[in-house]
Design a protein around this ligand. Structure first.
Ligand code: TTP
Ligand code: MG
Length: 343
């Protein structure tokens, strides 16, 4: 018989905002937004994150900062201090590493721990309580933890009761836990996929299973089939201790919407330089180049090309990115451009 897996997912609560509040106790309990400068509603760029208090006013990650300002003019808006967040992240990972050697860094504030060696969920829960306590004592921050028989369930469970949550979902409770949740809880179900599914009346995870594999495949292809398995809580992906970046990218929002080609290409060139440098530094070999463009009205497009031969010089790289982007350039004003490379 296959050994029972027990996976833990740890995710810090309102990470950047919580650190800012920790650093400045006057902010405690306040609506704090970390992100771009709102410039009294005229600011560009987006919200990195918001404290739970600020979320009550409709502020969320990725939201245009101008809209955050509109929704919550009395919020306290702070610029991010990335070096500090990196340092805190390192401290957290130092703590987590003591609990399991099998650890995957999923993002700056998120990790998977394979704790199958504990043998049962009760022990895993005890360990999670200990981890939360240690993080609180040492870093004065709260984390939410989910425990499940795989990464999928652990991740959904950690977000189930945030902030400062702890949710355990044993194998036999997986369906009961998953089925009533909205489809957006499944990884990869973003706005576009959700819209398609909702068109067919699929709103809850349960509906994906009810409608069946064949239908899911018909409407979403291979992805639909994958979702059919995820909806049943099936996920065999391992905790990757040596996870490598799958892509490296950089994007920028213009100070003012831009339609001048020379400025756009100049900006693209400096983005390409940063990405190329980062790839060299990390010895990241990529095969695909992708550009992203967002017009003034937020309509967003991407275009990518997979390279036939490697390696390539910076200028080759830039010229491909330029060619990809040029197909989107017309008289329309542009808000954002980005470039990303993938394995
Ligand atoms: P998340 O874990 O997604 O968010 P969070 O920790 O702020 O809040 P939650 O309690 O819901 O987990 O992301 C971690 C940090 O990454 C977040 O504090 C800021 C940064 N981030 C961005 O800069 N932009 C984004 O769009 C997102 C989602 C996160
Ligand atoms: Mg978080």
């Amino acid at each position: 018989m296959k050994k029972k897996r027990i996976i833990m997912h740890i995710d810090m609560d309102a990470f950047f905002a919580s650190i800012e509040i920790r650093e400045n106790p006057k902010l405690k309990g306040k609506a704090v937004v970390v992100g771009a400068d709102p410039k009294e509603g005229k600011g560009r760029g987006v919200v990195s994150t918001a404290s739970y208090k600020a979320r009550e006013f409709g502020v969320y990650s990725g939201q245009p900062i101008s809209l955050a300002w509109k929704n919550c003019p009395h919020c306290i808006f702070l610029r991010p201090n990335f070096p500090l967040y990196q340092k805190v992240s390192q401290n957290i990972f130092k703590i987590l590493k003591k609990y399991s050697k099998r650890i995957e860094k999923a993002s700056i504030d998120e990790a998977y721990l394979d704790v199958s060696f504990l043998g049962d969920f009760k022990k895993a829960k005890k360990m999670a309580e200990k981890i939360k306590k240690e993080i609180k004592e040492k870093e004065k921050l709260t984390a939410s933890i989910g425990i499940g028989p795989n990464k999928l369930i652990a991740k959904i469970a950690s977000s189930y009761r945030k902030p400062d949550g702890l949710t355990v979902v044993e194998e036999k409770k997986v369906k009961e836990f998953l089925f009533p949740l909205p489809i957006e809880k499944l990884p990869g179900v973003g706005e576009k996929t959700a819209k398609i599914l909702k068109y067919y009346g699929i709103r809850k995870i349960r509906n994906i299973v009810q409608i069946g594999k064949k239908f899911m495949k018909e409407i979403l292809g291979k992805r639909g089939e994958e979702l059919f398995y995820l909806a049943q809580g099936i996920d065999n992906s391992p905790v990757l201790t040596k996870r490598k970046a799958k892509s490296i990218g950089k994007e920028i929002t213009f100070e003012k919407d831009e339609s001048r080609k020379e400025i756009i290409y100049k900006t693209l060139k400096s983005l390409c330089q940063e990405v190329f440098k980062a790839c060299q530094k990390r010895n990241f070999k990529f095969k695909t180049i992708m550009v992203k463009i967002r017009y003034q009205n937020y309509e967003t497009h991407t275009k990518q090309e997979t390279l036939p031969s490697l390696p390539l010089t910076f200028l080759d790289f830039f010229h491909i990115a330029k060619r990809l982007l040029s197909s989107f350039l017309n008289k329309r004003k542009i808000r954002l451009i980005g470039v990303r490379v993938k394995k």
